[in-house]
Design a protein around this ligand. Structure first.
Ligand SMILES: [Zn+2]
Length: 187
């Protein structure tokens, strides 16, 4: 049994090699992971499974969620979802979604890392739950809610459409939510 971490939408095998198991889906003869999880190949049964570290939660398309950027890839940002906003239900355990580069902002985004960075707190909308959880930050109310300076880790303040560190006198770019850093914002 081999183990490795895989991402949502990652190709993990073909249907000629394996049977798609738990946490996977098959499309045109290829097997993909549904979630962030550990890939488990069972050589004996010839199945591939993706075991999520935490059990999946029930999120619906249109739900607004708050989460933390866990990783930034060239084509997507990976988000640990902490809660669904205004639903009066906490998400039990952890759930992970992806924001594709085309769903970061309404305009053209060249670099995911110039719009969000690891550990940023963001607000996003659920746009797809199956076969993988996909989020969007397109729209003025979506985007980064809280971020810290890459150098000194102090909270960044909103300065127009950019973020500023008073301590380092540095500017950083983000796709900022319209209520970034305000007291009223609901996290
Ligand atoms: Zn700083």
């Amino acid at each position: 049994m081999k183990k490795r971490l895989v991402l949502p939408g990652e190709m993990i095998g073909t249907s000629e090699e394996f049977l798609p198991g738990e946490g996977t889906f098959e499309e045109n003869g290829k097997i993909f992971s549904k979630n962030v999880g550990t890939l488990e190949i069972n050589e004996k049964e010839r199945t591939v499974n993706v075991k999520t570290v935490n059990p999946p939660v029930v999120l619906k398309t249109g739900d607004i969620v708050v989460g933390t950027i866990r990783d930034v890839k060239s084509m997507m940002a990976i988000v640990d979802i902490e809660k669904a906003v205004g639903k009066n239900r906490r998400i039990t355990g952890e759930s992970t979604g992806a924001i594709h580069i085309s769903k970061i902002a309404s305009g053209y985004v060249k670099d995911v890392g110039s719009e969000c960075r690891m550990n940023d707190i963001i607000r996003a909308k659920v746009i797809q739950t199956e076969p993988s959880l996909q989020l969007s930050m397109v729209g003025p109310e979506f985007g980064v809610l809280r971020a810290v300076c890459e150098k000194c880790r102090m909270p960044l303040e909103k300065d127009g459409n950019k973020l500023f560190c008073k301590h380092c006198e540095r500017t950083e770019t983000r796709k900022i939510a319209n209520d970034y850093g305000t007291a009223e914002q609901k996290l």
